[in-house]
Design a protein around this ligand. Sequence first.
Ligand code: GDP
Ligand code: MG
Length: 601
Amino acid sequence: IPPERIRNFSIIAHVDHGKSTLADRILEFTGAVKINSGQSQVLDKLQVEKERGITVKAQSASVLYDYKGETYLLNLIDTPGHVDFSNEVHRSLSACQGVILLVDANDGVQAQTVANFYLAFGKDLVIIPVLNKIDLKNADPGRVCMQLKSLFDIEENEVLKISAKLGTGIEDVFHAIIERLPFPKVDKSKKLRALLFDSWYDRYRGVLCLVYLTDGTIKIGDEITSCYSKKSYEVKTLSMLTPHEQSVTQLMAGQVGLISCNMRSHKEALIGDTLHTTGDNVEALDKFEPSKPMVFAGIYPLDQSQHVNLRSAIEKLCLNDSAVTVAPDTSPALGQGWRLGFLGLLHLEVFWQRLHQEHGTESILTAPSVTYKIKLKPTKQNIKDGTDIVYVNNPAHFPSHIAIEESFEPIVTGTIITPDEYLGAIMSLCMDRRGTQTNAINIDNNRVMLQYELPLCEIVVDFHDSLKTISSGYASFDYEHAGFKSSALLCILLNGVAVDELSSIVHITRAQTIGKRMCLRLKDIIPRQLVQIAIQAEVNGKIVGRETLKAYRKDVTAKLYGGDVTRRMKLLAQQAEGKKKMRSVANIALPRETFIEVLKK
Ligand code: GDP
Ligand code: MG
């Protein structure tokens, strides 16, 4: 098939607007999968995706479609719609000439729709606006068209109206793809250039790379080299996804396909990298930018005997998710574990859920933290070698407060779309989370789009849930990173010794309140001991709160009036057992549960 009859496109939409359903219909219409095969959402392969109804990994499919007597090759790239996975959306779009912007005809434009629109718009892609779910009783295509007009200047006559569920209007979608999207400007006679835009691990063939060829051809047995790492590989197998893998002997410019080439480690498959024929001198297609983890958490086995199991589970999961970073970590309270970096909170939750579901491990997570920027007090040395600015994602690794000149926290620009009856509640939530409003516009008669500047650490913990709760599920949220702003370090001291597990970074205006609250909570949770314990909160070196836990010997048999001797023995044995699980922190024996309790929130 010549490039003129190839179309590469992606479906982008807010979560639940029907991307996966439309992808299923496209596969059925082209005969790639049987109609009513009972397989819904063929492209969502992971259990967690089925359960949560979201797409986590982008998946692709190549299908053939006959139009006006010609056969076209359509490469569909399904993308995850969630904010946390926007890097996947990004890289998928690099292989496309256009997108289907899918909008629920009932829910209308949502925060993610806005983010996705600008992503595609910024990449100069042709946008085909499509309203989905027109079969719904409450569908209001007129109102949604008005929103598209006021936000994106899209005219009503450009908008397709379909029901992915019932299959209504799907043919119009195919026609629009063929007629409105340009064909890829590729050249198979040029030197090979292939954009690597996804990869996963296969037990038998090792790393599989999903690539989009802009120039040249690639055959089994070819020697290829990575532009970024300069490492070379021999092409072992080639296949197209239809969506099931189908082996081919070569791939040509304009096509999307899968390469296996004895890449041993997932780390070698760099998303955004360009592959070329070994020995050729070509220019890389895209500037290579690795995705940056923004949310970090410690993960520890519930029981140290499970350490090995948990490690192998984490390693396996990381093979299929190159965005997660892993570093070993130890904590006096929780033992040996790891510190993991994620793109966002949902990414973290999905990873954790997969650890449990797919690998049956039991583990606990420390409170998520974000990456902070710290300016150290100038010394001759750090000025000389430029180490006066450091980035820290673990409160335990914070430099001593005496050395810190100023600390900064990451902030984001958040977009919220909501019916106006929830406006008041949402504005007070944002204020509570230290947000500053930067923009507010009406997008139709009763819906508003708000923009806020918010600290990232305030939204990584349950912001999205709170927003959904106060708006009965109607408000939607999306964010973009927007640099750093000044903040403070809160430390918890037990009898004068700092406990790293309980330290956190908070905004200077809230440090005192949070510190006091933490002391009270700990006083409740920590079991009394034989010695008195002073619980203190320290902010930037100043004590802002203190509670005292009086000494006390807990006698578990006190209530038993002496009577039953065997029962008394049993309880004393249990108490002894309990003591073994204690850990000594700051010379105070604390049960592990204390930390778990505090970190659970
Ligand atoms: P995604 O998150 O964008 O991939 O959305 P899904 O394809 O998973 O669809 C979300 C929900 O909307 C599912 O329950 C679908 O059955 C439903 N849905 C998708 N398209 C339609 C449609 O055209 N009409 C109706 N009534 N429901 C639909
Ligand atoms: Mg989906």
